[in-house]
Write a protein that binds this ligand. Structure first.
Ligand code: EPU
Length: 419
Protein backbone atom coordinates (compact mmCIF):
# COMPACT_ATOMS: atom_id res chain seq x y z
CA UNK A 1 0.00 0.00 0.00
CA UNK A 2 1.39 3.41 -0.97
CA UNK A 3 2.41 5.91 1.68
CA UNK A 4 3.25 9.60 1.58
CA UNK A 5 6.31 11.01 3.26
CA UNK A 6 5.85 14.68 4.06
CA UNK A 7 8.52 17.01 5.40
CA UNK A 8 6.69 19.84 7.08
CA UNK A 9 7.44 23.49 7.45
CA UNK A 10 7.16 24.97 3.97
CA UNK A 11 4.47 27.50 3.03
CA UNK A 12 1.87 26.13 0.63
CA UNK A 13 1.76 28.77 -2.11
CA UNK A 14 0.95 29.01 -5.80
CA UNK A 15 -1.93 28.11 -8.06
CA UNK A 16 -3.79 24.86 -8.03
CA UNK A 17 -6.40 23.69 -10.52
CA UNK A 18 -9.45 22.23 -8.81
CA UNK A 19 -10.70 19.00 -10.40
CA UNK A 20 -14.32 18.15 -11.11
CA UNK A 21 -16.28 17.17 -8.01
CA UNK A 22 -16.20 13.44 -7.23
CA UNK A 23 -19.58 13.72 -5.55
CA UNK A 24 -21.10 15.29 -8.66
CA UNK A 25 -19.37 12.97 -11.14
CA UNK A 26 -20.56 9.76 -9.42
CA UNK A 27 -24.33 10.46 -9.64
CA UNK A 28 -24.00 11.88 -13.17
CA UNK A 29 -22.18 8.72 -14.28
CA UNK A 30 -24.89 6.58 -12.67
CA UNK A 31 -27.60 8.66 -14.36
CA UNK A 32 -25.91 8.05 -17.72
CA UNK A 33 -27.47 4.57 -17.53
CA UNK A 34 -30.82 6.21 -18.25
CA UNK A 35 -29.74 7.95 -21.41
CA UNK A 36 -30.20 6.06 -24.66
CA UNK A 37 -27.81 8.19 -26.73
CA UNK A 38 -24.17 9.07 -26.22
CA UNK A 39 -23.15 10.94 -23.06
CA UNK A 40 -20.08 13.19 -23.27
CA UNK A 41 -18.67 14.42 -19.99
CA UNK A 42 -15.89 16.88 -19.24
CA UNK A 43 -14.09 17.76 -16.03
CA UNK A 44 -14.45 14.22 -14.72
CA UNK A 45 -11.91 13.88 -11.90
CA UNK A 46 -9.19 11.23 -12.24
CA UNK A 47 -9.84 9.63 -8.85
CA UNK A 48 -10.23 5.98 -8.04
CA UNK A 49 -13.90 6.24 -7.00
CA UNK A 50 -14.70 7.39 -10.53
CA UNK A 51 -12.67 4.42 -11.82
CA UNK A 52 -14.78 2.10 -9.65
CA UNK A 53 -18.00 3.61 -11.00
CA UNK A 54 -16.75 3.18 -14.59
CA UNK A 55 -15.91 -0.48 -13.84
CA UNK A 56 -19.45 -0.96 -12.57
CA UNK A 57 -21.01 0.74 -15.62
CA UNK A 58 -18.92 -1.47 -17.91
CA UNK A 59 -20.00 -4.57 -15.97
CA UNK A 60 -23.61 -3.55 -16.57
CA UNK A 61 -22.93 -3.30 -20.31
CA UNK A 62 -22.06 0.38 -20.89
CA UNK A 63 -19.48 1.26 -23.50
CA UNK A 64 -17.05 3.77 -21.97
CA UNK A 65 -14.30 5.60 -23.83
CA UNK A 66 -11.93 7.60 -21.66
CA UNK A 67 -9.98 10.43 -23.22
CA UNK A 68 -7.36 12.75 -21.72
CA UNK A 69 -8.01 15.74 -19.48
CA UNK A 70 -11.13 14.61 -17.72
CA UNK A 71 -13.15 13.90 -20.84
CA UNK A 72 -15.04 10.73 -21.42
CA UNK A 73 -17.87 9.49 -23.52
CA UNK A 74 -20.17 6.60 -22.85
CA UNK A 75 -23.12 4.83 -24.32
CA UNK A 76 -25.59 2.80 -22.29
CA UNK A 77 -27.42 1.49 -25.36
CA UNK A 78 -26.35 -2.10 -24.64
CA UNK A 79 -26.95 -2.05 -20.88
CA UNK A 80 -28.71 -5.27 -19.92
CA UNK A 81 -27.12 -6.20 -16.59
CA UNK A 82 -29.20 -5.22 -13.59
CA UNK A 83 -27.08 -6.38 -10.67
CA UNK A 84 -24.47 -4.60 -8.54
CA UNK A 85 -22.75 -7.27 -6.45
CA UNK A 86 -21.37 -7.13 -2.91
CA UNK A 87 -17.80 -6.91 -4.24
CA UNK A 88 -18.41 -3.62 -6.02
CA UNK A 89 -20.74 -2.06 -3.42
CA UNK A 90 -18.24 -2.95 -0.69
CA UNK A 91 -15.50 -1.20 -2.66
CA UNK A 92 -17.58 1.99 -3.02
CA UNK A 93 -20.89 2.81 -1.33
CA UNK A 94 -21.80 5.24 -4.09
CA UNK A 95 -22.36 2.18 -6.31
CA UNK A 96 -25.82 2.28 -4.73
CA UNK A 97 -26.57 5.24 -7.01
CA UNK A 98 -27.03 2.91 -9.98
CA UNK A 99 -30.15 1.42 -8.37
CA UNK A 100 -32.68 4.05 -9.49
CA UNK A 101 -31.40 4.38 -13.07
CA UNK A 102 -31.39 0.58 -13.50
CA UNK A 103 -34.97 0.34 -12.26
CA UNK A 104 -35.93 3.28 -14.49
CA UNK A 105 -34.24 1.75 -17.50
CA UNK A 106 -34.87 -1.97 -17.11
CA UNK A 107 -37.78 -2.12 -14.68
CA UNK A 108 -35.72 -4.12 -12.16
CA UNK A 109 -32.43 -4.19 -10.28
CA UNK A 110 -30.61 -6.21 -7.67
CA UNK A 111 -28.04 -4.55 -5.48
CA UNK A 112 -26.10 -5.59 -2.43
CA UNK A 113 -27.11 -3.56 0.62
CA UNK A 114 -24.17 -1.36 1.65
CA UNK A 115 -23.08 -1.91 5.24
CA UNK A 116 -22.05 0.78 7.67
CA UNK A 117 -18.70 2.41 7.06
CA UNK A 118 -16.04 4.03 9.19
CA UNK A 119 -17.88 7.36 9.39
CA UNK A 120 -21.28 6.03 10.47
CA UNK A 121 -24.07 3.51 9.95
CA UNK A 122 -25.16 5.17 6.71
CA UNK A 123 -28.58 3.61 6.11
CA UNK A 124 -30.27 3.59 2.68
CA UNK A 125 -33.89 3.69 3.88
CA UNK A 126 -34.57 7.08 2.28
CA UNK A 127 -33.36 5.89 -1.14
CA UNK A 128 -35.75 2.95 -0.88
CA UNK A 129 -38.57 5.16 0.40
CA UNK A 130 -38.29 7.30 -2.73
CA UNK A 131 -38.37 4.31 -5.06
CA UNK A 132 -41.34 2.81 -3.21
CA UNK A 133 -43.26 6.08 -3.39
CA UNK A 134 -42.75 6.06 -7.14
CA UNK A 135 -44.34 2.62 -7.34
CA UNK A 136 -41.45 0.14 -7.06
CA UNK A 137 -41.74 -3.14 -5.15
CA UNK A 138 -38.83 -3.69 -2.80
CA UNK A 139 -37.74 -6.94 -1.23
CA UNK A 140 -34.62 -8.10 0.51
CA UNK A 141 -32.95 -11.47 0.61
CA UNK A 142 -29.60 -12.32 2.19
CA UNK A 143 -28.26 -8.78 2.09
CA UNK A 144 -29.40 -8.23 -1.51
CA UNK A 145 -32.07 -5.64 -2.25
CA UNK A 146 -34.37 -6.37 -5.17
CA UNK A 147 -36.38 -3.59 -6.70
CA UNK A 148 -38.96 -4.18 -9.39
CA UNK A 149 -41.24 -1.86 -11.32
CA UNK A 150 -42.29 -3.99 -14.31
CA UNK A 151 -44.93 -1.49 -15.43
CA UNK A 152 -42.53 1.47 -15.00
CA UNK A 153 -42.29 4.11 -12.26
CA UNK A 154 -44.99 6.77 -11.78
CA UNK A 155 -44.54 10.35 -10.60
CA UNK A 156 -45.55 11.00 -6.97
CA UNK A 157 -44.86 13.22 -3.95
CA UNK A 158 -41.72 12.16 -2.06
CA UNK A 159 -41.39 13.76 1.36
CA UNK A 160 -38.06 13.18 3.08
CA UNK A 161 -37.98 13.38 6.89
CA UNK A 162 -34.44 14.74 6.67
CA UNK A 163 -32.42 15.95 3.68
CA UNK A 164 -30.07 13.34 2.21
CA UNK A 165 -27.79 14.05 -0.75
CA UNK A 166 -27.77 10.48 -2.00
CA UNK A 167 -31.51 9.90 -1.51
CA UNK A 168 -32.25 13.17 -3.34
CA UNK A 169 -30.08 11.91 -6.21
CA UNK A 170 -31.95 8.59 -6.22
CA UNK A 171 -35.34 10.34 -6.15
CA UNK A 172 -34.39 12.69 -9.00
CA UNK A 173 -33.10 9.87 -11.20
CA UNK A 174 -36.16 7.69 -10.51
CA UNK A 175 -38.46 10.66 -11.16
CA UNK A 176 -36.68 11.49 -14.41
CA UNK A 177 -37.47 7.96 -15.60
CA UNK A 178 -41.04 7.96 -14.26
CA UNK A 179 -44.27 8.86 -16.03
CA UNK A 180 -45.59 12.29 -15.07
CA UNK A 181 -44.57 14.71 -12.34
CA UNK A 182 -42.73 14.09 -9.07
CA UNK A 183 -42.40 16.54 -6.22
CA UNK A 184 -39.46 16.03 -3.87
CA UNK A 185 -39.97 17.79 -0.54
CA UNK A 186 -37.15 18.44 1.94
CA UNK A 187 -34.59 17.76 -0.77
CA UNK A 188 -30.86 18.21 -0.16
CA UNK A 189 -29.65 21.55 -1.49
CA UNK A 190 -25.99 20.71 -2.20
CA UNK A 191 -24.49 22.06 -5.46
CA UNK A 192 -23.97 18.44 -6.55
CA UNK A 193 -27.78 18.03 -6.56
CA UNK A 194 -28.10 21.00 -8.92
CA UNK A 195 -25.38 19.49 -11.14
CA UNK A 196 -27.32 16.24 -11.52
CA UNK A 197 -30.48 18.26 -12.20
CA UNK A 198 -28.70 20.11 -15.02
CA UNK A 199 -27.54 16.81 -16.51
CA UNK A 200 -31.01 15.21 -16.35
CA UNK A 201 -32.60 18.30 -17.87
CA UNK A 202 -30.08 18.41 -20.72
CA UNK A 203 -30.78 14.71 -21.35
CA UNK A 204 -34.56 15.06 -21.64
CA UNK A 205 -36.23 15.31 -18.21
CA UNK A 206 -37.34 18.64 -16.71
CA UNK A 207 -36.01 19.38 -13.24
CA UNK A 208 -36.89 22.59 -11.45
CA UNK A 209 -36.00 23.86 -8.00
CA UNK A 210 -32.72 21.96 -7.51
CA UNK A 211 -30.79 23.90 -4.87
CA UNK A 212 -33.99 24.55 -2.91
CA UNK A 213 -35.94 22.32 -0.53
CA UNK A 214 -38.54 21.47 -3.18
CA UNK A 215 -37.68 19.91 -6.51
CA UNK A 216 -40.17 19.26 -9.30
CA UNK A 217 -39.32 16.67 -11.93
CA UNK A 218 -41.19 15.88 -15.14
CA UNK A 219 -40.18 12.47 -16.40
CA UNK A 220 -38.41 12.37 -19.75
CA UNK A 221 -40.64 11.50 -22.72
CA UNK A 222 -37.50 10.44 -24.52
CA UNK A 223 -33.77 10.67 -23.84
CA UNK A 224 -31.32 12.52 -26.05
CA UNK A 225 -27.52 12.56 -26.34
CA UNK A 226 -26.02 14.98 -23.86
CA UNK A 227 -22.78 16.84 -23.18
CA UNK A 228 -22.19 17.97 -19.62
CA UNK A 229 -19.34 19.51 -17.62
CA UNK A 230 -18.97 18.37 -14.00
CA UNK A 231 -18.87 21.25 -11.53
CA UNK A 232 -15.61 21.96 -9.65
CA UNK A 233 -14.88 20.19 -6.38
CA UNK A 234 -15.67 22.60 -3.55
CA UNK A 235 -14.17 20.29 -0.92
CA UNK A 236 -10.89 19.96 -2.78
CA UNK A 237 -10.80 23.75 -3.24
CA UNK A 238 -11.35 24.42 0.46
CA UNK A 239 -8.83 21.73 1.47
CA UNK A 240 -6.11 23.63 -0.43
CA UNK A 241 -7.27 26.93 1.04
CA UNK A 242 -6.81 25.40 4.48
CA UNK A 243 -3.33 24.20 3.43
CA UNK A 244 -2.37 27.81 2.64
CA UNK A 245 -3.92 29.02 5.89
CA UNK A 246 -2.15 26.47 8.06
CA UNK A 247 1.28 27.00 6.52
CA UNK A 248 1.10 30.79 6.22
CA UNK A 249 1.04 30.62 2.42
CA UNK A 250 -1.09 32.08 -0.35
CA UNK A 251 -2.94 29.93 -2.86
CA UNK A 252 -5.15 30.54 -5.84
CA UNK A 253 -7.63 27.71 -6.24
CA UNK A 254 -8.61 27.84 -9.88
CA UNK A 255 -12.24 26.79 -10.21
CA UNK A 256 -13.12 27.55 -6.56
CA UNK A 257 -16.54 29.22 -6.26
CA UNK A 258 -17.64 31.39 -3.36
CA UNK A 259 -21.30 30.47 -3.81
CA UNK A 260 -20.44 26.81 -3.10
CA UNK A 261 -18.33 27.59 -0.07
CA UNK A 262 -20.16 30.31 1.86
CA UNK A 263 -20.14 28.72 5.32
CA UNK A 264 -16.63 27.31 4.87
CA UNK A 265 -15.21 30.66 3.73
CA UNK A 266 -16.87 32.42 6.64
CA UNK A 267 -15.22 30.00 9.10
CA UNK A 268 -11.86 30.37 7.33
CA UNK A 269 -12.10 34.17 7.45
CA UNK A 270 -12.91 34.05 11.15
CA UNK A 271 -9.86 31.83 11.61
CA UNK A 272 -7.63 34.48 10.04
CA UNK A 273 -7.53 33.52 6.37
CA UNK A 274 -8.34 36.23 3.89
CA UNK A 275 -10.34 35.00 0.90
CA UNK A 276 -11.10 36.94 -2.23
CA UNK A 277 -12.14 36.11 -5.78
CA UNK A 278 -9.71 36.12 -8.71
CA UNK A 279 -10.44 35.85 -12.43
CA UNK A 280 -9.88 32.11 -12.21
CA UNK A 281 -11.32 31.20 -8.84
CA UNK A 282 -10.51 32.11 -5.25
CA UNK A 283 -7.38 33.30 -3.48
CA UNK A 284 -6.74 32.40 0.14
CA UNK A 285 -3.94 33.80 2.26
CA UNK A 286 -3.10 33.83 5.90
CA UNK A 287 -3.73 37.18 7.51
CA UNK A 288 -2.04 37.13 10.94
CA UNK A 289 -2.19 34.40 13.60
CA UNK A 290 -4.67 31.56 13.38
CA UNK A 291 -7.69 32.07 15.61
CA UNK A 292 -9.94 29.36 16.99
CA UNK A 293 -13.46 29.11 15.58
CA UNK A 294 -16.36 26.85 16.60
CA UNK A 295 -18.04 24.98 13.77
CA UNK A 296 -21.00 22.62 13.49
CA UNK A 297 -21.44 20.52 10.38
CA UNK A 298 -24.78 20.81 8.65
CA UNK A 299 -26.42 20.09 5.33
CA UNK A 300 -25.71 22.68 2.63
CA UNK A 301 -25.56 25.65 2.91
CA UNK A 302 -24.13 24.90 6.36
CA UNK A 303 -20.53 23.97 7.13
CA UNK A 304 -19.80 20.72 5.19
CA UNK A 305 -19.05 17.49 7.04
CA UNK A 306 -16.54 16.77 4.26
CA UNK A 307 -14.37 19.64 5.60
CA UNK A 308 -14.69 18.93 9.29
CA UNK A 309 -11.48 16.88 9.57
CA UNK A 310 -9.38 19.37 7.58
CA UNK A 311 -10.72 22.30 9.59
CA UNK A 312 -9.96 20.46 12.81
CA UNK A 313 -6.34 19.96 11.69
CA UNK A 314 -6.09 23.74 11.32
CA UNK A 315 -7.72 24.39 14.69
CA UNK A 316 -5.00 22.25 16.30
CA UNK A 317 -2.66 25.22 15.74
CA UNK A 318 -5.03 28.13 16.40
CA UNK A 319 -4.91 30.46 19.41
CA UNK A 320 -7.57 29.39 21.91
CA UNK A 321 -10.16 26.65 22.07
CA UNK A 322 -12.42 25.53 19.27
CA UNK A 323 -15.50 23.35 19.62
CA UNK A 324 -16.30 21.20 16.59
CA UNK A 325 -19.65 19.41 16.39
CA UNK A 326 -20.35 16.70 13.82
CA UNK A 327 -24.06 16.53 13.05
CA UNK A 328 -24.15 14.51 9.80
CA UNK A 329 -22.17 11.32 10.46
CA UNK A 330 -22.03 10.05 14.03
CA UNK A 331 -18.57 8.46 13.85
CA UNK A 332 -16.63 10.89 11.72
CA UNK A 333 -13.74 11.50 14.13
CA UNK A 334 -11.17 8.88 13.08
CA UNK A 335 -8.63 11.63 12.57
CA UNK A 336 -8.73 12.61 16.26
CA UNK A 337 -6.42 9.88 17.64
CA UNK A 338 -4.05 10.32 14.69
CA UNK A 339 -3.84 14.11 15.15
CA UNK A 340 -3.24 13.46 18.86
CA UNK A 341 -0.24 11.33 17.89
CA UNK A 342 1.14 14.41 16.16
CA UNK A 343 0.82 16.43 19.36
CA UNK A 344 -2.68 17.88 19.00
CA UNK A 345 -4.69 18.62 22.14
CA UNK A 346 -8.18 17.33 21.34
CA UNK A 347 -10.84 15.97 23.66
CA UNK A 348 -13.68 14.10 22.03
CA UNK A 349 -16.99 13.39 23.63
CA UNK A 350 -19.66 11.83 21.45
CA UNK A 351 -20.18 14.01 18.40
CA UNK A 352 -18.23 16.94 19.84
CA UNK A 353 -14.49 17.60 19.81
CA UNK A 354 -12.82 20.33 21.82
CA UNK A 355 -9.55 21.43 20.26
CA UNK A 356 -7.07 23.48 22.27
CA UNK A 357 -4.50 25.04 19.98
CA UNK A 358 -0.86 24.00 20.51
CA UNK A 359 2.31 25.83 19.42
CA UNK A 360 3.42 23.09 17.02
CA UNK A 361 2.60 19.63 15.73
CA UNK A 362 5.33 17.06 15.22
CA UNK A 363 5.75 14.48 12.48
CA UNK A 364 4.62 10.90 13.14
CA UNK A 365 3.48 7.78 11.33
CA UNK A 366 -0.27 8.10 10.87
CA UNK A 367 -3.10 6.56 8.96
CA UNK A 368 -6.78 7.11 8.63
CA UNK A 369 -9.64 5.05 7.38
CA UNK A 370 -11.48 7.58 5.26
CA UNK A 371 -10.82 10.16 2.61
CA UNK A 372 -11.28 13.43 4.47
CA UNK A 373 -9.64 12.16 7.66
CA UNK A 374 -6.60 11.21 5.56
CA UNK A 375 -6.51 14.71 4.07
CA UNK A 376 -6.50 16.23 7.56
CA UNK A 377 -3.35 14.22 8.31
CA UNK A 378 -1.67 15.43 5.13
CA UNK A 379 -2.49 19.02 6.12
CA UNK A 380 -1.11 18.45 9.60
CA UNK A 381 2.00 16.93 8.01
CA UNK A 382 2.56 20.03 5.84
CA UNK A 383 3.03 22.15 8.93
CA UNK A 384 4.42 19.63 11.44
CA UNK A 385 8.02 19.68 12.59
CA UNK A 386 9.95 16.83 10.99
CA UNK A 387 8.67 13.97 8.90
CA UNK A 388 5.13 12.64 8.72
CA UNK A 389 4.36 9.35 7.03
CA UNK A 390 0.74 8.99 5.96
CA UNK A 391 -0.16 5.35 5.37
CA UNK A 392 -3.03 3.97 3.28
CA UNK A 393 -2.85 6.70 0.67
CA UNK A 394 -5.49 4.87 -1.36
CA UNK A 395 -8.10 6.67 0.72
CA UNK A 396 -6.78 9.99 -0.61
CA UNK A 397 -6.63 8.68 -4.16
CA UNK A 398 -10.36 7.90 -3.98
CA UNK A 399 -11.20 11.59 -3.98
CA UNK A 400 -8.20 13.90 -4.49
CA UNK A 401 -6.91 14.02 -8.06
CA UNK A 402 -3.10 14.03 -8.39
CA UNK A 403 -2.66 14.95 -4.76
CA UNK A 404 1.13 14.55 -4.70
CA UNK A 405 1.55 16.62 -7.90
CA UNK A 406 -0.70 19.44 -6.71
CA UNK A 407 0.95 19.63 -3.30
CA UNK A 408 4.46 19.50 -4.75
CA UNK A 409 3.74 22.27 -7.29
CA UNK A 410 2.67 24.50 -4.41
CA UNK A 411 5.93 23.99 -2.57
CA UNK A 412 5.29 20.99 -0.33
CA UNK A 413 8.01 18.43 0.22
CA UNK A 414 6.13 15.22 -0.38
CA UNK A 415 7.14 11.86 -1.74
CA UNK A 416 5.04 8.80 -2.55
CA UNK A 417 6.54 5.46 -1.70
CA UNK A 418 4.81 2.70 -3.61
CA UNK A 419 4.22 -0.74 -2.25
N1 EPU B 1 -29.32 9.01 5.77
C1 EPU B 1 -30.34 8.20 6.23
N2 EPU B 1 -30.97 7.37 5.34
C2 EPU B 1 -30.64 7.34 4.02
C3 EPU B 1 -29.61 8.19 3.56
C4 EPU B 1 -28.97 9.02 4.46
O1 EPU B 1 -30.65 8.21 7.42
O2 EPU B 1 -31.25 6.58 3.26
C5 EPU B 1 -28.62 9.90 6.72
C6 EPU B 1 -27.13 9.61 6.81
O3 EPU B 1 -26.87 8.55 7.70
C7 EPU B 1 -26.57 10.91 7.28
C8 EPU B 1 -27.48 11.94 6.61
O4 EPU B 1 -28.66 11.22 6.22
O5 EPU B 1 -26.71 11.05 8.67
C9 EPU B 1 -26.90 12.62 5.39
O6 EPU B 1 -26.33 11.66 4.53
P1 EPU B 1 -26.39 11.84 2.95
O7 EPU B 1 -27.35 10.86 2.39
O8 EPU B 1 -26.61 13.28 2.65
O9 EPU B 1 -24.92 11.43 2.53
P2 EPU B 1 -24.50 10.53 1.29
O10 EPU B 1 -25.33 10.83 0.11
O11 EPU B 1 -24.36 9.12 1.73
C10 EPU B 1 -22.83 12.27 0.31
C11 EPU B 1 -21.39 12.30 -0.06
C12 EPU B 1 -20.55 12.28 1.20
C13 EPU B 1 -20.91 13.49 2.05
C14 EPU B 1 -22.42 13.49 2.34
C15 EPU B 1 -22.90 14.72 3.10
C16 EPU B 1 -21.35 11.19 -2.20
C17 EPU B 1 -20.93 10.02 -3.02
N3 EPU B 1 -21.07 11.15 -0.90
O12 EPU B 1 -23.03 11.06 1.03
O13 EPU B 1 -19.19 12.39 0.77
O14 EPU B 1 -20.20 13.46 3.25
O15 EPU B 1 -23.15 13.42 1.10
O16 EPU B 1 -22.60 15.86 2.40
O17 EPU B 1 -21.90 12.15 -2.72
C18 EPU B 1 -16.85 12.23 0.96
O18 EPU B 1 -16.77 12.72 -0.17
O19 EPU B 1 -15.84 12.07 1.70
C19 EPU B 1 -18.15 11.79 1.46
C20 EPU B 1 -18.31 10.97 2.49
Amino acid sequence: MDRLIIRGGRPFSGSVQVAGAKNAALPVLAASLLVGGRVSLSNVPAVTDVGSMLDLLRMLGADVTEAENGRLSLSSAAVAGSEATYDIVRRMRASFLVLAPLVGRLGRARISRPGGCTIGTRPVDLHLQALKTLGADISQDGGVIEVAAPGGLSGARVVFPTPSVGATHTAMMAAAAARGETEIVNAAREPEVADLAAFLTAAGATVEGAGTHRILVQGAQSWRPVAHTILPDRIEAASYMIAAGMTGGRVEVMGGRLEHLGAACQALEEAGIRIFPSDRGLIAERDGPLRSVDVTTEAFPGFPTDLQAQFMAMMCLADGVSVIRERIFEARFMHVPELQRMGADIRQSGSMATVRGVKALHGAQVMATDLRASMSLVLAGLVAEGETIVHRVYHLDRGYEDIDGKLTRCGASIERVRG
